[in-house]
Design a protein around this ligand. Structure first.
Ligand code: GLN
Length: 547
């Protein structure tokens, strides 16, 4: 049975619990253990699928088609373990399951209460697959003291109580604010947040403390004394220049050793940190810089494209070059010439997105990249925009649009090159969708296979002709138009296995012009950069030597 590490947060939000959990997962792996990471989110949304990217950041999609919190992306990038639907849960989902059971009569008419019904549901979720790994790391979203987090804290308290002794530990992430005037790190907020935890029956075994400076011995002792933890279990989590230094830095501070001590695992297996040394070296010893323009819609909130940012960094590591990203709001090209903004970039990327806003500008950016032979990478909406650009400017369908966009008032006609798909095949199953379905229930989600054309650029990049990639979209390129589009020089180099759904396009007469209907960024890792991102950055680097 797995050992459980419960990760909680205190003092303020956004301290990086997800990253800390992910880095700890990587360190346990480095010691030869198997791990799985899980996120328990107290908000009432059923899943993050319908939450605004402006507010919530990216929606991370798993192979089995769950729309989850972006922290699951961190988990995968650090451990390489593919997250599953059962690795992410919210209060909304828990409550809706409990209410469904109540409606079905599963509780035989009993009074339904937070304790035990909601907490039981949470505990069941925590225990899923407990026999599969050595360590299960469960992160509780939010901060201790939040009203909506209480059932989760109560559930992990009960869970640890019910397990054999030494099966569960609690790690609490806090902040030690630095007061410049007195030159001191303050421990009081941490003391208060631990007090809050202990009031609900949870005594942390490990304190991971974010701080701008090293924790002086005096403060470490003070924290140990007042928070009732061993002084070697007070771990400093200093600010990092790159998140990919976290495993090495946290190891240096003694995090994994403290965790093994808390479980009384002795002697501790020696860690093999070569993977993370290589990643860190590739980042710090990068030579030169390439500049990539990301033309999108949610450009004011970088977290909306979290995995893209990381995958580009991985592509940089693969080529030992720094990647600098500039965010450009696509709408600007509806008023101003793209050349004014895009000249000078070594490559252009259009990421995924929803809705019509900014799409005319994106099409202009694609035209610029295609005609000026600037490396172009279109992801999901970015592929659809590439197809529309070619349809309009090369194949003569001036009115080419996507069904996602409402036809402009007064526009005479529209050719729907991109259409709303209502049924498709996944594995051996036929899946159907209807417009009236629940929001979030109408998308093609999760891993799908694509077959790549022999001799195509993507087949060369992947080094194989069969790939599995993750999807999250409603609309598809209509294959009826493929023959006319192919005549212009667009190649449909990846198709679904049944040949019905275009998955990849490339423009033949171009150094690097690829659009993909899926999200390759979700599968990229620093120690295993996604081939498309590695090759895109390579093409950008080559272009930088020309301009
Ligand atoms: N809005 C487009 C669709 O639903 C693209 C989605 C995306 O980029 N993830 O098909």
């Amino acid at each position: 049975m797995a050992r459980f590490v419960f990760v909680t947060g205190g003092v303020v939000s956004s301290l990086g619990k997800g990253l800390a959990s992910a880095a700890l997962g990587a360190l346990l792996q480095a010691r030869g253990y198997t791990v799985r990471l899980r996120k328990l989110d107290p908000y009432l949304n059923v899943d993050p699928g319908t939450m605004s990217p402006f507010e919530h950041g990216e929606v991370f999609v798993t192979d089995d088609g769950a729309e989850t919190d972006l922290d699951l992306g961190h988990y995968e990038r650090f451990t390489g373990v593919a997250a599953r639907r059962t690795d992410s849960i919210s209060s909304g989902k828990i409550y809706s399951t409990v209410l469904e059971k109540e409606r079905r009569g599963d509780y035989l008419g009993k009074t339904i209460q937070v304790i035990p019904h909601v907490t039981d549901e949470i505990k069941q979720f925590i225990a899923i697959g407990e026999n599969e790994v050595d360590f299960m790391l469960c992160e509780i979203g939010g901060t201790v003291g939040d009203i909506e987090g209480l059932p989760f804290f109560e559930a992990i308290r009960q869970f640890s109580q019910e397990q054999g002794s030494g099966q569960c530990i609690f790690m609490h992430l806090t902040l030690l604010p630095f007061i410049a005037a007195s030159g001191e790190l303050k421990t009081k907020p941490t003391q208060h947040s631990v007090k809050e935890l202990r009031a609900i029956g949870i005594a942390p075994d490990i304190l991971l403390c974010r701080s701008e400076i090293e924790i002086p011995e005096k403060e470490r002792q003070k924290l140990a004394l007042f928070c009732n933890v061993r002084s070697e279990a007070v771990i400093a989590a200093p600010d990092l220049t790159t998140i990919y230094d976290a495993p090495l830095d946290y190891h240096h501070e003694g995090l994994d050793q403290a965790v093994l001590n808390a479980f009384q695992i002795s002697p501790a297996p020696r860690p093999d940190l070569s993977r993370w040394k290589d990643v860190s070296e590739r980042f710090h010893k990068a030579e030169g810089e390439i500049r990539i323009a990301v033309v999108g819609k949610y450009t004011t909130m970088e977290d909306s494209y979290k995995s893209i940012v990381e995958a580009l960094a991985h592509g940089g590591m693969a080529n030992r070059v720094r990647v600098s990203i500039e965010w450009i709001d696509a709408e600007i090209f509806e008023r101003e010439e793209p050349a004014l903004h895009l000249a000078g970039f070594h490559a252009i990327l259009i990421p995924g997105g929803f809705g019509e806003r900014g799409t005319e500008g994106m099409i202009k950016a694609v035209e610029f990249a295609r005609k000026r032979k600037v490396p172009y990478f279109g992801i999901c909406l970015g592929m659809q925009m590439a197809v529309l650009e070619v349809a309009r400017n090369a194949a003569g369908f001036q009115d080419a649009v996507s069904e996602e966009f409402i036809p402009q008032e007064g526009s005479k006609s529209a050719t729907y090159i991109i259409f709303h798909l209502k049924e498709w095949i996944q594995g051996n199953n036929k899946i159907e969708r209807h417009l009236g379905d629940d929001k979030g229930g109408t998308m093609r989600l999760g891993s799908y296979r694509a077959i790549l054309a022999k001799g195509s650029k993507v087949a060369r990049v992947y080094g194989q002709t069969q790939i599995d990639e993750r999807h999250r979209h409603r609309y598809e390129v209509d294959r009826e138009y493929c023959p006319q589009l192919e005549k212009t020089g667009l190649c449909f180099s990846g198709m679904s296995p049944d040949g019905r759904l275009p998955e990849i396009v490339e423009w033949r007469d171009h150094p690097w012009f690829i659009g993909v209907q899926f999200h390759p960024e979700l599968k990229s890792k620093p120690f295993q950069p996604h081939p498309l991102f590695a090759d895109f950055v390579r093409a950008a680097l080559e272009n930088s030597r020309l301009v």
